[in-house]
Design a protein around this ligand. Structure first.
Ligand SMILES: Nc1ncnc2c1ncn2[C@@H]1O[C@H](COP(=O)(O)OP(=O)(O)O)[C@@H](O)[C@H]1O
Ligand SMILES: N[C@@H](CC(=O)OP(=O)(O)O)C(=O)O
Length: 422
């Protein structure tokens, strides 16, 4: 069989009926059997589901916002299907299940588990709508439950992928289907060995596309976004940002690590390992080339600015006055791993160490407890990290003017990072 192709569409690309019609035309003009279409929840559905989950935890009334979310999906369908189409009953049925799940007090005690059983409904519903609509316009395709493909551990809210099992499932369950029909499946969700739904972390659908791309030995993965490609800064913040035509895997991975939110940070590594090119293209202008991420070697040295908010600075001072050594670094990375915190920056001095992490769901108490055996711990919240790769005097002068709020600066030859109080 010809190598599969993976396309991924995020929430913005399917936020209303017009947007769905646009991506359906994009797909129709590129229609081939061996296409895997990974889709996220429509618009801001996942945010709405998080709000419903919080209401349910607090034993507050959630019927009204749930109804509004259902109305949003039914309205979306009205712009695409005739009144008597079976999709309406299907969507209503999903919402009835969702209502029951939100009421299920038996699983509410385990908050992470409860979250995972509910948050993926957005994807389950959106993929039904997209698959039915594609069939309606003559693009016959199959709906595939991603949980039958992506196998994970049971870690809630950010499960780890079991690559060997996932590859097995993809070969067995997906490849035979792709011989005859393209497949529409969900981003973001998987299943653990007990058969429970798991999730890959917020905005994890890009990662799903990479997992399926690797597991199927795809020829390429294309992520369709509302931007022209990867730019050297977020266009919402830097209107003059320029697009990269080519970007090396390493450079792209670094950008996502420092916080460029255009691609989920876990997406690049597996694709790079298997030499599968990643295309980032605009669903608003699909015929225009976007950015190709691959093995190109050194990228042009233009400044790249990445801004990341809501970070936590943890100041660690060694308790027994010994000097900082390899043991301390091993220790903090192990602890960070245990508490599922990602370290964004470290700065070391003789007997103390500053680390910046991005896990805001941890309380100060949890953070202090995690490190206190070895360190005195101080936690500072709500910080902004600005990272500039290949800085010129323009960026250096600009950010130096914000000195009053500067908490920490770190510089190397081709990278400057500033941590600011917001
Ligand atoms: N370096 C960058 N290049 C392009 N877009 C960026 C960059 N950094 C941040 N963005 C933002 O990423 C957004 C697209 O990502 P996202 O909204 O997560 O897409 P989706 O939900 O469709 O997966 C753009 O609208 C843009 O504002
Ligand atoms: N719907 C999920 C997963 C995702 O990746 O969405 P998007 O592709 O729209 O960022 C979320 O919002 O977290």
């Amino acid at each position: 069989m010809i190598q599969p192709l993976v396309y991924k569409f995020g929430g913005a690309s399917i936020k209303d009926a017009k947007a769905i019609q646009r991506i359906a035309q994009l797909l129709k003009s590129r229609w081939v059997n061996n296409l895997v279409i990974v889709v996220s929840a429509a618009g801001k559905t996942t945010d709405r589901l998080e709000e419903l989950i919080s209401l349910s935890f607090e034993n507050k009334e959630f019927s009204r916002p749930l109804l509004e979310l259902m109305e949003y999906h039914l309205d979306l369908c009205k712009g695409l299907f005739e009144e008597d189409h079976s999709i309406y009953a299907r969507v209503e049925n999903h919402f009835a299940q969702l209502h029951r799940a939100l009421e299920n007090t038996a699983i509410k005690d385990n908050q992470g588990f409860f979250y995972d059983q509910i948050i993926g409904y957005g994807e389950l519903i959106s993929t039904r709508i997209i698959q039915e609509y594609l069939c309606l316009i003559g693009c016959s395709c199959l709906w595939q439950d991603a949980r039958e493909l992506i196998s994970t551990d049971s870690h809630t809210k950010m499960a780890k992928v079991d690559w060997a099992l996932t590859m097995q499932h993809c070969r067995k369950a997906l490849i035979p289907k792709l011989e005859t029909f393209p497949v529409v499946t969900q981003g973001f969700i998987g299943k653990d060995l007990q058969g429970n739904t798991t999730t890959l972390g917020r905005e994890g659908s890009d990662f799903t596309a990479a997992i399926l791309g690797v597991s199927l030995g795809a020829s390429s993965v294309t992520i369709w976004k509302d931007v022209a490609g990867i730019l050297n800064g977020d266009p919402d913040l830097f209107p003059d940002a320029v697009k990269f035509e080519y970007l090396d895997f390493e450079e792209a991975a670094e950008m996502t690590y420092y916080g460029a939110s255009v691609i989920h940070p876990k997406t690049i590594k597996p694709l790079s390992k298997h030499g599968i090119s990643l295309y980032v293209q605009s669903f608003l202008d699909p015929d225009k080339p976007g950015t190709v991420i691959g093995s190109f070697g050194q990228a042009p040295r233009i400044p790249i600015t990445i801004i990341k908010n809501n970070l936590i600075l943890i100041e660690l001072r060694i308790r027994d006055l010994s000097m900082l050594g390899g043991f301390h670094f091993d220790y903090i990375y192990d602890v960070a791993d245990d508490i599922h915190a990602e370290i964004q920056l470290t700065q070391a001095a003789a007997a103390h160490l500053n680390i910046v992490i991005n896990t805001v769901s941890l309380t100060d108490e949890q953070i202090v407890k995690a490190f206190r055996d070895i360190f005195h711990v101080k936690v500072n919240r709500g910080l902004k990290l600005i990272t500039v790769k290949n800085p010129t005097t323009v960026e250096l002068d600009h950010y130096r003017r914000m000195e009053a709020d500067l908490i920490l600066e770190q510089r190397s030859l081709d990278l400057v990072q500033w941590l600011f109080k917001v």
